[in-house]
Design a protein around this ligand. Sequence first.
Ligand SMILES: Cc1cc2nc3c(=O)[nH]c(=O)nc-3n(C[C@H](O)[C@H](O)[C@H](O)COP(=O)(O)O)c2cc1C
Ligand code: SF4
Length: 518
Amino acid sequence: MIPRIYIPGDSGALALGAEKVAKAIAGELAERGIEAKIVRNGSRGAYFLEPMVEVATANGRVAYGPVKPSDVKSLFDGGFLTGGHHKRWLGSPDKIPFFAKQTRLTFARCGVTDPLSLESYKKHGGLNGLTNALALTPADIVAQVTESGLRGRGGAGFPTGIKWKTVLDTVGDRKYIVCNADEGDSGTFADRMIMEGDPFVLIEGMTIAGIATGATKGFVYIRSEYPHAVAVMNKAVEIARKAGVLGASVLGSAYAFDMEIRVGAGAYVCGEETALLDSLEGKRGMVRAKPPLPAHKGLFGKPTVINNVISLASVPVIMDKGAAFYKDFGMGRSRGTIPIQIAGNVKYAGLFEAAFGMTLGEIVDEIGGGTATGRPVKAVQVGGPLGAYFPRALFDTPFDYEAFAAKDGLIGHAGIVVFDDTADMLKQARFALEFCAIESCGKCTPCRIGSTRGVETIDRIAAGIEPEKNLALVTDLCNTMKFGSLCALGGFTPYPVMSSITHFPDDFKPAPVRVAAE
Ligand SMILES: Cc1cc2nc3c(=O)[nH]c(=O)nc-3n(C[C@H](O)[C@H](O)[C@H](O)COP(=O)(O)O)c2cc1C
Ligand code: SF4
């Protein structure tokens, strides 16, 4: 059997030098006259170990990482093709603590299989969910998804089954499935990782959504900053079409479903579902007033399911293993697993899929290993640029939609960004308002004007001008934005601002006091 070497082609791994490592390995193989198959897999998500190279041995996979091109010669000398020891030796990937502690349902294949091999996908359980779905009525598929407790992973946590039922129950000569892959939240990369590492799972999830709701066409709206994901998804759609997974007769059934990949417009607000639909229709991405809901009148005025990548990619495992299996994971009304993306100033950055319920402290301190700088953690922003900053005092909060909401926070797309004690929370609050001012679509006044007035007011606090009066003004402004904005961009910007003020009041004190405190 010729040796198999796995080198991630994932853009995170590429950014860390995977391409140079691949070239060095290919060169070394040629020089030594060794025949081997190089598979460009996705990343398993431990970016602190990337580029992580794996070899298939008689005793299973053996991983090495982070591998540098200069390591390659000695890896061969040390017999890495048969799992030989080396300073980069990590052993079986399944036993590396970062992976061993995870519950991989949605990301089960990511980093394991060849992303563009349908054979490899099927060998690892791919298409089981779709096959099962084809044996059910659309209403039964929707019932399964509802029963699983799956909630939207894009941010709002809306029950996926209920959304699908609305589209199923709405009459339309044409219906659409739109996948939101705009992934604009800071510190998030789960959508990118799965599209690059296991694209067929998204295709399978979207196809099941189409069959369940009567939609025959799907679009994936991928952010323009993800050229690798766009390329992989385009290739995967082509392969799926040729194999009869997509097309006029899905897996030989009476159902038709096909899909297209579209590149996003490069604006954060285009991730908001109605602005995304405008953008997809070729217009400038502006938020639409609701009603009508996209489920009633969405893309081109037709009933439309719009779901995040991870929501859709979680459906195949639900349809494969059953709603009860999926529902068994998690806590409260947050069922199943969630891919937590650990980023920022953290020692072990990466994607960690776990059942809902781990505390924020466990994620940051135990899984993330604390800060990369070794300084104390000061704040963690959870849920992207619109998420609250949590201080250490709130580290006992479990990862659960309701628990975070109860502490004036949100889970969002499950990105967490860690800051050490050098972070200036006044600057972070200013950044939140500035970000909102830059990204605002401009449709409503609280967001369009409020964000700019907010930046000015924070600047006055920083300059020591009537700080108490201006703090009260920011609070008042945040209330207006929270309750008066048309969408969550203006409506949630108050979360990072108010959490900074509430949990880190010293950072908002006039400069002399702040210097004295330091
Ligand atoms: C400003 C703004 C940006 C958003 N960006 C994204 C995004 O990048 N990806 C995403 O899936 N949802 C995003 N959302 C949430 C979507 O509007 C919508 O709730 C989601 O696509 C629905 O899918 P889900 O139910 O599967 O989560 C954003 C919302 C707002 C207000
Ligand atoms: S809150 Fe901001 S982004 Fe949302 S509709 Fe209003 S102006 Fe547009």
